[in-house]
Design a protein around this ligand. Structure first.
Ligand code: PGA
Length: 262
């Protein structure tokens, strides 16, 4: 079964509006000569404050090659939740995807598996696609509990979702020790964990659902690592942090995925 690859740039807490517009325009400029049908799904995730202007830049270009994601959301629809943004508000700003459960949100902002599950439900209910992050710490890897930990994160994140909802969702496997460290997880090992995640989905649902869900690798992805990663059987793309902050390196990653026969 062929799954359309995804290359998503997680800009984290970087870029003022002007920089976000420049980066978006730079990416679209460099993708100009690429045939749209040959490209992976290219997604950028700016901060909340730049979503509006990045969406405008994408619409002004009209090339349809870049899609918008938010880095977080709240699961309630509206109300007294100071500082939060609902899925509907993010949809209203042009978002088609929302990253949830990133390890930085889990570590610094107390996001739990239960919250990830509630967010996934709210996102899917509004017709958007969740990018559900999971991953083990170095301590967990050294203690040999990687697979157990990730199976548990995924099982809890997907609780009560239908197979149709899961089929269109995206999971990102991001070993915490590989994020922002320059230490990329070995591609064969990343593929092993991702195949294990697909198996968890198979057990919870069925083979069709497991074969449909896109599972990305994230953690120090660079232009020099993407081809080997994309050549693996189960890696469907990348969630890119640091290397998504310049148009040149991000587009090199996108083109690296194209070169692997998107
Ligand atoms: P990195 O970040 O590419 O800078 O390691 C990845 C992520 O946190 O999504």
């Amino acid at each position: 079964m062929s799954r359309r690859p995804v290359i998503a740039g997680n800009w984290k807490m970087h870029n003022l509006q002007k920089e976000a517009i420049e980066l978006t325009n730079g990416i679209m400029q460099e993708l100009k000569s690429e045939e749209k049908s040959t490209l992976p799904e290219v997604i950028v995730a700016p901060t909340f404050t730049s979503l509006y202007v990045v969406n405008k830049a994408i619409n002004d270009c009209g090339c349809g090659k870049v899609k918008l994601a938010a880095q977080n959301c709240y699961f309630e629809t509206k109300g007294a939740f100071t500082g939060e943004c609902s899925v509907e508000m993010l949809k209203d700003t042009g978002c088609e995807y929302i990253i949830i459960g990133h390890s930085e949100r889990r570590e610094y902002f107390g996001e739990t598996d239960e919250m990830v599950n509630k967010k996934a439900k709210a996102i899917l209910l509004n017709g958007l696609i969740p990018i559900i992050c999971c991953g083990e710490s170095l301590e967990q890897r050294e203690a040999g509990v990687t697979d157990y930990h990730i199976s548990s994160q995924i099982t809890k994140a997907l609780r009560d979702l239908t197979s149709e909802e899961v089929s269109k969702s995206i999971i990102a496997y991001e070993p915490i020790w590989a994020i922002g460290t320059g230490k990329t997880c070995d591609s064969v090992e990343a593929n092993r964990v991702i195949a294990m995640i697909r198996n968890v989905v198979r057990k919870l649902y069925d083979t069709t659902t497991a074969d449909s869900i896109r599972i990305l690798y994230g953690g120090s992805v660079k232009p020099g690592t993407i081809k080997e990663q994309m050549a693996q059987s189960d890696i469907d793309g990348a969630l890119v942090g640091g290397a998504s902050l310049t148009a040149d390196s991000f587009v090199q990653i996108v083109k690296g995925a194209v070169a692997c026969g998107v």
